[in-house]
Ligand binder design. Structure first.
Ligand code: SF4
Length: 364
């Protein structure tokens, strides 16, 4: 049996398992939470928790009774089900779709947007995968397919190859993206064999998911390196989480270290309004403060897009600190990253007209 599969099989999944390793845990409460939202913590991630000085890693993996006390959030905040023409495929944007191909994850993150679905083996079947591929085949406007779940890299190589190969055969699909937390939660799953198999189906982009610098262990860095060396552009998506990473210091360190691993910080998500995760949500202003603390102070490559995935399926909306303080016909008044004021003279329409005429003459 592959090493990674053994780690998955030996993961902690029950409240009793948990109490053996974390004596402080209330077993009764943990049982109630796990009864509704599954838990999986493998021994690799147990070590990440133990080796971190921060409670951030523990909080992402270990159930909290607050998950059952959430009276604010929604089961399906992004209305994925309403925008699913076939089960497990969301077609929200014109030229791309989200295709869920696995219900399993290397660990079940307590803040997960798909808490309602992950870990449920009934969620995905050979039939739903077939129906998804048919749908993509019949919609020539889809040029970008995002494979997600759960985690697609939890599938056996052969199963994943079958799905990726079938999507790749569709002539109008230009790029395939795979969303995965495996490089963070189970990096030994990113084997050379997996990389060799996937690279046959380029162009494939990999979106990884790291939330805290302590997750960037030597094993995780090597897994990212194997992906980049195999030619996959690797981008990171983080979620802003209260008590986990809601500080400029933590996220600056994370984003800088990701870049050093050749992973581009792509999105920082405001936490979704997902049932069972209200205790992780932060005020929007906190995220803007973090972006303000990054922009100008570190290289632009390390600054992700800060976005809210709008409830009711509105899609991603970028959130930006306000740098333009005033705009007139004559000038734009702006603050730089230090808060200093600068003025940029606006282009006057007469000048524009002259330029157009000049260009036309040159072209003649
Ligand atoms: S790995 Fe992703 S899909 Fe799975 S539980 Fe974590 S956030 Fe959710």
């Amino acid at each position: 049996m592959d090493d990674w599969l053994r780690l998955v099989k030996e993961s902690l999944t029950t409240a009793d398992d948990l109490s053996l390793h974390f004596p402080g845990v209330d077993t009764g409460e943990a049982k109630q939470v796990i009864g509704k939202y599954p838990m999986r913590i493998n021994s690799y991630f147990m070590d990440v928790i133990r080796n971190s000085d921060s409670p951030a890693i523990y909080r992402q993996a270990v159930p909290d009774i607050a998950e059952l006390r959430d009276t604010v959030c929604m089961e399906d905040p992004l209305s994925e089900e309403q925008q699913s023409p076939v089960p497990n495929l969301t077609h929200r944007y014109p030229d791309r779709c989200l295709f869920l191909v696995s219900s399993q994850c290397a660990m079940y993150c307590r803040f997960c947007t798909r808490k309602r679905k992950v870990g449920d083996p009934q969620m995905i079947s050979a039939d739903t995968i077939k129906a998804g591929i048919e749908y993509i085949k019949n919609h020539s406007e889809i040029r970008d397919v995002i494979l997600s779940g759960g985690d697609p890299l939890m599938l056996a190589d052969e199963v994943l190859e079958d799905i990726v190969g079938n999507v790749r055969k569709i002539p109008h699909v230009e790029i395939i993206r795979i969303g995965t937390r495996v490089p963070c939660a189970l990096p030994m799953r990113v084997t050379q064999r997996l990389c060799r198999m996937l690279k046959k189906h380029h162009p494939i982009f990999i979106n990884v998911h790291f939330n805290h610098p302590d997750e960037l262990t030597p094993e995780a860095r090597e897994a990212c390196g194997r992906l980049v060396d195999s030619g996959f552009p690797v981008n990171n998506q983080s979620v802003l989480l209260r008590g986990v990473n809601d500080s400029p210091e933590i996220l600056t360190k994370l984003f800088q270290q990701l870049l050093a691993c050749r992973v581009r910080p792509y999105y920082l998500y405001q936490a979704d309004v997902t049932k069972g995760t209200n205790h992780f949500r932060t005020p929007m202003e906190r995220g803007l403060d973090i972006i303000r603390g990054l922009r100008g102070y570190t290289s632009g490559l390390a600054v992700p897009h800060f976005v809210i995935d709008a409830p009711q399926g509105g899609g991603k909306i970028p959130l930006l600190p306000k740098y333009v303080t005033r705009r007139t016909n004559k000038e734009i008044i702006m603050r730089n990253y230090k808060g200093e004021i600068y003025r940029y003279p606006e282009v006057q329409h007469e000048e524009l007209d002259v330029k157009v005429v000049e260009n036309t003459e040159v072209l003649k």
